[in-house]
Design a protein around this ligand. Structure first.
Ligand code: ZN
Length: 870
């Protein structure tokens, strides 16, 4: 699955309300399914369906009862056939455990049996299971079964290790068509003639959460890669907006067919965008389902961000066809084997297809996002026990995705890409159509490489947190000596002092001095000394390539030696990692904000957008939390003095020859100067450009549009508010629509903020967008207190829209933007009363972040004043 929000853009975050930890919810292991025959008669008009199901199972021993999963299913008739006897079973439901126990009068012998079930179900509005999505007058039935919702569509052995084959047929209205995992093998009129029956080819052996069905009026565009047909589909009338996606999907599939020893094994690939979808996208075997915004776009209006997102989500879901679908984790405690892998893999084809996109910088940014969450005491190990559906849902977080991917990149860098690839292929071949564990992975890697991967990886996967390496250089007998010590890094300064016991085996790569000396070594001890070359160097950078999953702290002397050289000496990912680590050290109370601001001056000529963005994000934070009303204008002046020269070089207006990178850099500068820097000229230019575009003049450069609209809205009035809202409602292009919709959070007039918040209660805002909408307001200083008050006041109405996959954690995490003790207590108390079970860890993380911000404010506000006096 792919999340709708990039974790980097929002802090992630509560906890264990001491919650009744439901004891192990696993099915007994003695009944194993091998094949499902599933027939659905779909009644879109009444939002329900009936199902007829046969499951072929094998009983390890004689039994009178079989337990499987079912939720929101109404059983009609159940019989179990064994040999020549067929017995009617009684059904006992356990709602809490989401199981049904089928009991027959006489004992079934061990060996094969067939379970026959007829049942009814509802097409719900919760975006999970088999659910209803609507757009204007169209109704669509669609599935989202990961992680534990196949049981809402059909009674099933709904655990990833119970792999089986599936024959699916759908009886649907005459004007509708259907998409599923298999290809269509027949399409015939149903008895009675008003409907037709679409039958699909038998699927390969796969887990129940990967079953896919969609019914509606779809339009598709078709292509292929190496004889595999590929279709990009949307609801009627939208298929044409899949051109960018189709082009990418073809190139990505070719890349994967070369990278993996096993070529794409499923015969066809359909990718379908649906109007209502909780996650970003879902990797159902050979039938990837998507949120519209992340797949379909008007080619003329596609910003760099949206083109990158389409490509990276496709690359992610397509990587899952191998990592997840072909080889599946044995249990959800290893979901990183799916998600960490897909996140790691998605960059590989992108880097090959679009080298100009600086994918390595995005990867370094992902490392930073994971390291940020891992610094909290409320983090968790990548491999961590989960049992209940709520715990499983919450495992889909930045640790699973980004940390999982970061650790893989570090290992790939350590082994070399060819050796790593050989290990990946050993692993895939060994477990194809089966299941695997973390242990299986590092054993395959160790075997392929002959290196101690099985000692390194568990230290990163099985224990929480990340190491901080303290690095210093000395010169002894004209040789450089680098001393490195490790300890767990915590955001909370008091925890740092306790020096907790975790130790890592860390592949560390060094780059030293301008001579280019360096090399990689494995750091296994608390303290280790590396010897470098035969001359002395003034500085050493201890995360060469920025592929290491750790933070580094340098002595003040070394930082002073390095700072003026960062633009020449370090690559963009390295510069990003240096500034990210320095900021983390400020937040952890080890360095002063003055150190950070001094280093940041070295980024005033930064030409890589991803790097500049991470630096100016911290400026936005300092501006809001660490200035006083008295010195804030002075800080804003400092921001302008730092970045106006670069802005003058880049300019406000795009030209036809500008690269994507230059446009993205321009967008970041407009936003920084227009918002954090409060530059009146930039604000005026943004308003003029927007008014012209809205008045029928030249359209905004799609890559700049987001910044221009936000800056204009930040300084905008009621008339602009009305225009922006109307533009959001009128837009048919997803990217443009959300650009306008989310810009509503930028207005600072309380009356306009209230109007925008009230919009969330209208049917015009889809459930899938509700959490992201509020997250935007919670991120903004002016809107934040109102947004929180509004959410509490209207919780009964909002809760069903927010408590969908990912929505609960998005909102809970966004509350981490508060920075005062009273609101912290209010948030804690509110969710004590109104728990969101899948966001309990996120809540603890949010409270911890607020505590950190409060402490930082107390210690660093005066430092900012001191810096500004200079
Ligand atoms: Zn995924």
């Amino acid at each position: 699955m792919r999340w709708l929000i990039h974790f980097g853009s929002l802090a992630a975050g509560v906890v264990a309300l001491g919650a009744a930890h439901v004891s192990a919810q696993r099915l007994p292991a003695d009944v194993t399914p091998s094949h499902y025959d599933l027939s659905f008669d779909v009644d879109l008009a009444n939002a329900r369906f009936t199902g007829t199901e046969t499951i072929r199972v094998d009983l390890a021993q004689p039994a009178r009862a079989i337990v499987l999963n079912a939720a929101e299913i109404t059983f009609r008739e159940v019989t179990i056939e064994s040999g020549s006897t067929r017995q009617t079973a009684t059904v006992a439901l356990n709602d809490a455990r989401q199981t049904a126990t089928l009991t027959v009068p006489r004992q079934l012998p061990g060996g094969p049996a067939q379970i026959h079930i007829t049942y009814g179900g509802i097409l719900n509005d919760k975006l999970r299971g088999f659910y209803l999505s609507t757009e204007s007058n169209q109704r669509i039935a669609v599935t989202q079964l990961e992680a534990t919702d196949a049981r809402r569509a059909f009674p099933s052995f709904d655990e990833p290790s119970f792999k089986a084959t599936f024959d699916i047929s759908l009886t649907i209205d005459a004007r509708d068509s259907a998409i599923s995992n298999g290809r269509v093998i027949s399409d015939t009129p149903a008895a009675g003639g008003a409907k037709h029956v679409v039958k699909f080819s038998t699927t390969p052996k796969m887990s129940s959460y990967l079953v896919a069905m969609a019914v509606g009026r779809f339009s598709c565009i078709e292509g292929s890669a190496e004889s595999t047909p590929i279709r990009i589909c949307g609801i009627e009338g939208k298929g044409e907006m899949g051109r960018i996606a189709l082009d990418m999907a073809q190139q990505i599939l070719k890349f994967y067919n070369t990278y993996f020893a096993i070529k794409y094994p499923y015969g066809k690939l359909d990718v379908l965008a649906v109007p209502d979808f909780a996650a970003g996208a879902m990797e159902n075997t050979a039938a990837i389902f998507y949120r519209e915004r992340d797949l379909l776009v008007d080619s003329k209006d596609a910003s760099l961000t949206v083109r990158k997102r389409i490509a990276s989500v496709l690359a992610h879901e397509m990587a899952h066809q191998w990592f997840g679908d072909l080889v599946t984790m044995k249990w959800w405690d290893d979901v990183w084997l799916n998600e960490g892998f897909a996140n790691w893999m998605e960059s590989r084809p992108l880097a090959a297809i679009r080298p100009d996109w600086n994918v390595a910088v995005d990867e370094a940014l992902d490392n930073q996002a994971a390291l940020g969450l891992d610094a909290l005491k409320t983090t968790h190990a990548v491999h961590a026990p989960v049992e209940t559906p709520a715990e499983i849902d919450e495992a889909f977080d930045a640790i699973t995705y980004q940390k999982g991917a970061s650790v893989l990149r570090m290992i790939e860098n350590y082994l070399g890409p060819d050796t790593f690839r050989a290990g990946v292929n050993t692993y895939l071949r060994a477990h194809a159509y089966g299941n695997a564990t973390s242990q299986d992975f590092w054993s395959a890697m160790a075997e392929a490489s002959g290196k101690p991967v099985e000692r390194i990886m568990p230290t990163f996967i099985n224990q929480p947190g990340a190491p901080l390496l303290e690095v210093s250089v000395s010169c002894i007998n004209n040789r450089s000596q680098i001393d490195i010590s490790q300890q767990r890094f915590f955001l909370d300064p008091s925890l740092m002092q306790t020096r907790s016991a975790e130790r890592w085996q860390i592949p560390v790569c060094i780059k030293a001095g301008s001579s280019g000396a360096g090399g990689c070594d494995l750091i296994a001890d608390n303290k280790q000394t590396l010897s470098l070359g035969n001359s002395c160097v003034p500085w050493a950078f201890a995360n060469a390539g920025a592929q290491g999953y750790y933070r580094t702290a340098y002595s003040p002397e070394m930082l002073r030696a390095l700072a003026p050289r960062i633009q020449e000496a370090l690559t963009p990912p390295e510069r990003l990692s240096l500034s990210g680590d320095e900021w983390a050290l400020v937040r952890a109370g080890r360095h002063s904000v003055i150190d950070y601001l001094t280093l940041a001056a070295g980024y005033a000529t930064e030409h890589t957008d991803g790097v500049l963005s991470t630096v100016v994000d911290k400026f936005e934070y300092i501006d809001e939390y660490l200035t006083t009303p008295e010195n804030r204008p002075r800080f804003q002046r400092f921001v302008r003095s730092l970045f106006v020269p670069l802005f003058q070089e880049i300019g406000f207006t795009s030209t036809a020859v500008d690269s994507d990178e230059r446009r993205a850099l321009r967008a970041t500068l407009i936003h920084t100067l227009g918002v954090t820097g409060e530059d009146p000229e930039v604000a005026a230019s943004a308003r003029t450009a927007l008014d012209r575009a809205l008045g029928g003049g030249p359209a905004l450069d799609p890559t700049l549009a987001h910044s221009i609209i936000e800056v204009a809205a930040r300084h905008g009035d009621a008339a602009l508010f009305d225009t922006i809202l109307a533009s959001a409602e009128r837009s048919t292009s997803g990217d443009e629509k959300y650009r306008y919709l989310y810009a509503l959070a930028q207005f600072t007039d309380p009356a306009l903020i209230n109007r925008a918040l009230a919009y969330s209660l209208t049917p015009k805002l889809r459930s899938q967008d509700t959490a992201s909408f509020f997250a935007r307001f919670l991120h903004e200083e002016a809107a934040r207190p109102r947004a929180w008050a509004f959410m509490k006041e209207h919780w009964a109405q909002l809760e069903p829209k927010i408590a969908i996959f990912g929505g609960d954690t998005t909102v809970t995490s966004a509350l981490g933007s508060f920075c005062d003790a009273a609101t912290r207590e209010d948030i804690r108390a509110f969710f004590g009363q109104h728990p969101l079970p899948s966001a309990s860890r996120t809540l603890s993380q949010t409270l911890e972040r607020i505590d950190n911000c409060v402490a930082l404010r107390a210690s660093q506000t005066s430092k900012v004043s001191e810096f500004l006096q200079r």
